[in-house]
Design a protein around this ligand. Structure first.
Ligand code: ZN
Length: 447
């Protein structure tokens, strides 16, 4: 009904419409054996989470369930906040992502990215931080716009359009002849002035994070994760420029000295951090710098049938680096570094259930299961600056809730078998009901 048509109606008719306008659906009571609220170190004493509209209205026992509520009884399951994946590249739909960049349009990658994001949502991931992507344009920002606008169901998205890289770095395509000119996956910038321009371009097109490839990478061809790409001067220019716009910076960094320089420049998060030393871990704890170690990624590419173009670098890391990295992770936890779950697996590459294996790697390193779960919920939300509304199950928070079977503190692999997913109060998956991924826009009027 148009505004003009409304104005033409008599007052009595308008009043008749009011109950429709304020009509609300009945609250939903999610009932389970245990509740993990994302904040306490033990199970909450609650067994019921009450959802009213898009938010949590109460948490307690069965006495809080009002008459008329829809009750979803999940038996021996555990309720917990939706998982947040702090490091992802949704548009990478094949392991050979640089060739895919050269052979697929941005539109095709956006469609593949949407499918990948929806698969992640159904696997329990209600938030994703994009750490740049293999795309010349800004398809992730378009996906975020379409999802936030309610056109498609998908996880909450924040992140960078591209990874900013030096010429010849991890974001450049280094296996073509010098005669070839292509648009690489990364945004190439050399020197402080080009970096400033790259940061401004990213922000212009909707990036709400800046991602820097501070050192070489494991997955790309022709660069070395032990080498430092950007100079301290370039890093300072990036952080200074991003800060002027209120945009945080994430630094991909493996080499020890590169991590040190990125932390000193004031980045908000270190991605990977493979060769970080103890002095830098202490400095990160002191400054509150987050670390997203993305350890399961290396394990995934150590499995038969999963191959990278630069497979030799991963093989070498698994042989000589992985054990030390797990020990580093435990020390980082003990020193108080804010560790966060991130996968880095891409969109359609892996079975969505395996993404939760990053929690199992944290536990394998010796981190308590509850701390691992918090790294992928409350602490991840803090990294994203979402913690005022997401990341915990608390009264007033947005209803992003999942259920896993049994007790995940005894068996962390339960996170790979999510049975219920609710995002913003919408139940998109529940036991015994076929999944529906219809958009959230109201159905079009039939008259
Ligand atoms: Zn990555």
């Amino acid at each position: 009904m148009t505004r003009h048509a409304l104005l033409a109606l008599p007052v009595t008719a308008l009043l008749a419409l009011l109950p429709l306008a304020i009509a609300r659906s009945a609250p939903t009571a999610l009932v389970a054996a245990h509740v993990i609220d994302g904040r306490s170190d033990t199970f909450s004493s609650a067994t019921v989470v009450l959802v009213d509209g898009d938010h949590i209205s109460a948490i307690g026992d069965r006495s809080i369930i009002p008459a008329g509520a829809e009750v979803v009884d999940l038996g021996d399951a555990t309720l917990m906040p939706g998982m947040i994946n702090a490091h992802e590249h949704p548009l990478m739909y094949t392991s050979d992502y640089q060739n895919a960049l050269l052979s697929s349009s941005s539109a095709y990658k956006a469609l593949m990215g949407l499918a990948g994001l929806q698969r992640l949502l159904l696997a329990g991931w209600t938030g994703v931080r994009v750490m740049g992507d293999a795309d010349v344009y800004y398809a992730n920002q378009d996906l975020r716009r379409a999802i936030d606008g309610g056109v498609f169901l998908g996880p909450h998205i924040t992140g960078a359009g591209h990874y900013i890289s030096i010429t010849g770095g991890g974001g450049d395509i280094n296996y073509l002849s010098p005669e070839q000119t292509v648009h690489p996956d990364g945004l190439i910038a050399d020197g402080p002035e080009e970096i400033r321009k790259a940061v401004r371009t990213e922000i212009k097109y909707g990036a709400d994070w800046i991602k820097l490839l501070v050192t070489g990478a494991f997955e790309s061809v022709g660069d070395d994760p032990r080498n430092i790409a950007f100079s301290p001067e370039e890093l300072r220019a990036a952080v200074e420029e991003a800060s002027r716009h209120g945009v945080p910076v994430a630094a991909h960094a493996h080499a020890t000295e590169g991590i040190k320089q990125a932390v000193a420049a004031g980045v908000r998060s270190i991605e990977h951090g493979t060769y970080v030393d103890d002095a830098t871990l202490h400095e990160m704890a002191r400054r509150g710098t987050f670390m997203v170690p993305t350890i399961y990624l290396g394990d995934y590419y150590a499995e038969p049938g999963h191959t990278l173009r630069a497979q030799d670098k991963n093989d070498e890391y698994i042989k000589h680096g992985r054990a030390a990295f797990l020990a580093t992770l435990l020390r980082a936890h003990k020193y108080g570094v804010k560790l966060v779950i991130g996968l880095d697996l891409g969109g359609m590459i892996a079975d969505p259930a395996v993404y939760a294996k990053e929690f199992a790697v944290f536990v394998e390193a010796g981190i308590p299961p509850m701390a691992a779960i918090q790294a992928g919920t409350r602490v991840a939300a803090e990294l994203m600056r979402w913690d005022d509304r997401l990341g915990t199950l608390e009264r007033g928070k947005q209803a992003d809730i999942i259920a896993v079977p049994g007790n995940p503190l005894n068996d962390i692999s339960a996170l790979q078998r999510v049975s219920l997913v609710m995002i913003g109060g919408h139940l998109v998956k529940r036991p015994g009901v076929p999944v529906s991924l219809a958009g959230m826009l109201p159905a079009p009027a039939t008259h």
